[in-house]
Structure formats: structure tokens, C-alpha cells
Design a protein around this ligand. Structure first.
Ligand code: GLN
Length: 239
């Protein structure tokens, strides 16, 4: 029997808008359906981050929530950078994506420092980018979600976009990019939760986590009729 996969849910109370906690549930369920052991650990302000974390998940949050957890998040910077360098899988949505970057300056000028795991910076603006969005990736199919953010994110040289966004959406509404990737770290603006409508991507995260540990786990195919149907419906509704 393979060792349990450890999913760490960062700041479940403060950073969970538009259903992002669902990403944790989707990964847990996809493991349970296959009879693979899994443990979920919640990490809030002041909690220790487990040493055996395989996948870290962080959701979106209001600017105020990002301010609240900001100091705690930044205090974990060294550890988070080391985990990223070590190939730990991370999925950070919207506010958490912004905080994995270098900094987020809100539209009213408040600077929230990030941890520099991803080479991105974010600047808030008055107007928000709101609506369904989908991103076609070369390797993991279509990712489908919903975005609502005032922060516009620009990628630096060390960050590769997750994919191409729909017009007027994505990282900044202008350069056509959505999200950012480095090693096994993924940031995206797709809420919804994205993994519930992007099953191939969900399995890619699990596969990478096992591969990093050197576990030869075969992920049996699941019946993804429902998530695929949900993805089609969302793509048909621009807002
Ligand atoms: N507060 C950030 C913004 O509006 C993130 C919002 C979110 O996570 N949906 O840019």
C-alpha cells in the first residue's frame, strides 16, 4: 500500500471565496475513489506546516483577508520557497496566487508583500475583471473556472503562463496570459472550483505529487462525464 498523500489546505477560513475549498475536496475524492489513502491538514495563522506535505492548496480572498494573513504568509516565505524548489506541488488561486508572487499593491495603494515563489507582481485597479474564463493548456486539456479580481498580474522572465486566456480576462486582461507555472507550482485566477471542471488537471497534480516522492502509483481512469458536462455549460456562459 502506498503512503498517504498529504494535502495541506492553507488558510481555509480567510482564503476561500467562490468555492475554492472545493479543490481540496476534488483531490481528496479522486484519491478515495481509487482507494488511495489521503490526509487533509488545515493550516491557519500560526499553525505549523506539516513536513510531509505533498500538495499545498490556497484559495482566493478579499484584499482585506490577504492583509490579515499577510504577515503569517510572509513569515513562511523561506519554507515555501524551499518546498517549491523541492518540487512540492502547489495550487494557488487568485489571492493566494498573488501572494506567491513578489507583491500585490491594492487599488488604494496598500502594499501586501508576497513570498516570491512565483516571478509575478500584481497591481490593483478600480475596475474588476469578472466572468467565466477558460484556458486551453497543451498538456492538461481545458481548465474552466470563474474569475473576479481587481489585481492585474504581470509575469516576470522566470514565470511561464498556464495558458492563453479568453479575451479581456486572465492575468491582466491585456496580454492574453492566464496563471503562472514554475516547477510544480501553479497559480491561476480560475475559481469555481477549477478542479471540479478540469479533471485532467486535477489528476496531473496528483501524478506530479506521487512522481516527486518516487511512488509508482497508476491513477485508474474515473468516469468524468459530470465534470466535463459542467465545464461545457460554464464555457457556454460568458458571465
Ligand atoms: N483581492 C484580490 C483581487 O481582487 C483577489 C480576489 C480573489 O481572490 N478573488 O485582486
Amino acid at each position: 500500500m502506498t503512503r498517504e498523500l498529504v494535502l495541506v489546505h492553507l488558510y481555509p477560513r480567510e482564503m476561500n471565496i467562490y468555492g475554492d475549498t472545493g479543490n481540496v475536496l476534488v483531490l481528496r475524492k479522486r484519491l478515495q475513489w481509487r482507494g488511495l489513502p489521503v490526509r487533509v491538514e488545515a493550516v491557519s495563522v500560526g499553525d505549523r506546516l506539516p513536513d510531509d506535505a505533498d500538495i499545498l492548496l490556497g484559495g482566493g480572498g478579499q484584499d482585506a483577508a490577504q492583509g490579515e494573513i499577510g504577515a503569517d504568509f510572509v513569515s513562511r516565505g523561506e519554507q515555501l520557497r524551499a518546498l517549491a524548489d523541492d518540487g512540492v506541488v502547489m495550487l494557488a488561486i487568485c489571492g493566494s496566487f498573488q501572494m506567491l508572487g513578489h507583491e500585490f499593491v491594492t487599488h488604494d495603494g496598500v502594499r501586501i508583500a508576497g513570498v516570491g515563489v512565483l516571478d509575478v507582481v500584481t497591481r490593483g485597479q478600480e475596475q474588476r475583471l469578472i466572468g467565466n474564463n477558460h484556458v486551453d493548456t497543451p498538456d492538461w486539456g481545458r481548465l474552466v473556472g470563474y474569475e473576479n479580481h481587481s489585481g492585474l498580474t504581470t509575469l516576470g522572465a522566470a514565470a511561464v503562463p498556464l495558458g492563453r486566456s479568453q479575451h479581456g480576462r486572465g492575468n491582466n486582461g491585456t496580454d492574453g496570459t492566464e496563471g503562472a507555472v514554475r516547477d510544480n507550482v501553479f497559480g491561476t485566477y480560475l475559481h469555481g472550483p477549477v478542479l471540479a471542471k478540469s479533471p485532467r488537471f486535477a489528476d496531473e497534480l496528483l501524478r506530479r505529487a506521487y512522481a516527486r516522492r518516487g511512488d509508482a502509483v497508476e491513477l485508474e481512469p474515473l468516469d468524468d462525464t459530470l465534470p466535463e458536462q459542467a465545464a461545457r455549460v460554464a464555457v457556454g456562459r460568458p458571465r
